[in-house]
Design a protein around this ligand. Structure first.
Ligand SMILES: [Cu+2]
Length: 175
C-alpha cells in the first residue's frame, strides 16, 4: 500500500518535472462560450472529494449553471468566501460570466466540487466534464489532472505571473 502510494507520487513528480504537455483544451460552441485550461488536482489517499477548475469566457455574457462528470457521483458549483476572516465554501446556483470577460475558476475562488469520486484522480490522467450554460447550453471539455499540490494548469505558471492575477488573494487557500 505504502509502496503503491510512493509509486503514484513518483509518477506524479516525473510528470510534473517533465513539464509536460498538459495540452490546453479549448472548445468553442456556436453560442460563443469558450472553456479552456480545465484542470484538477490529484486526490490524496482515499479522498472521495476533489475539485476542478477552468477558464470560461462567454463573449455575449452567460451564466454557468451546472456541471457533471462521469468520474464523480455529483459535481457542484462552489465559491470560497471570506466570512469574518474565516475562509468558507458554499454551493452557488451559478457562476456569472460577464460579456467578453475570462472568468477563471481557481483554488480560493469559484470551483467545481467533485463529490463521491468513483476513483482517485491521478496526475497525468484526464476526464470529461460537461458544463451547462444558461444561454449556450452544454459544452464538453477534458479536465487534465495535475499533482496534489498543483496551483494551476501545468505549463501555465509563467503565464500566471504575467497575467493580472491577484496572487495575494490566492495565497494560503487550498481547494
Ligand atoms: Cu468546494
Amino acid at each position: 500500500m505504502q509502496f503503491r502510494r510512493f509509486l503514484f507520487s513518483a509518477l506524479a513528480a516525473l510528470i510534473a518535472v517533465g513539464g509536460a504537455a498538459f495540452a490546453q483544451q479549448a472548445q468553442q460552441t456556436g453560442a460563443k462560450v469558450a472553456v479552456t485550461q480545465a484542470w484538477a488536482r490529484a486526490t490524496p489517499g482515499k479522498s472521495t472529494i476533489g475539485a476542478a477548475y477552468a477558464t470560461v469566457t462567454a463573449s455575449a455574457g452567460d451564466r454557468l449553471i451546472a456541471v457533471a462528470t462521469p468520474v464523480a457521483g455529483a459535481a457542484q458549483l462552489h465559491q470560497h468566501t471570506m466570512d469574518n476572516g474565516v475562509m468558507k465554501m458554499r454551493q452557488v446556483d451559478a457562476v456569472p460570466l460577464p460579456a467578453g470577460q475570462a472568468v477563471t475558476l481557481s483554488p480560493g475562488g469559484y470551483h467545481i466540487m467533485l463529490v463521491d469520486l468513483k476513483a482517485p484522480l491521478v496526475a497525468g490522467q484526464s476526464f470529461p466534464l460537461t458544463l451547462t450554460f444558461e444561454k449556450a447550453g452544454t459544452v464538453e471539455t477534458n479536465v487534465t489532472v495535475g499533482g496534489v499540490g498543483a496551483s494551476g494548469p501545468a505549463g501555465a505558471a509563467d503565464h500566471m505571473n504575467m497575467d493580472h492575477m491577484d496572487m495575494g488573494a490566492m495565497a494560503g487557500h487550498k481547494g
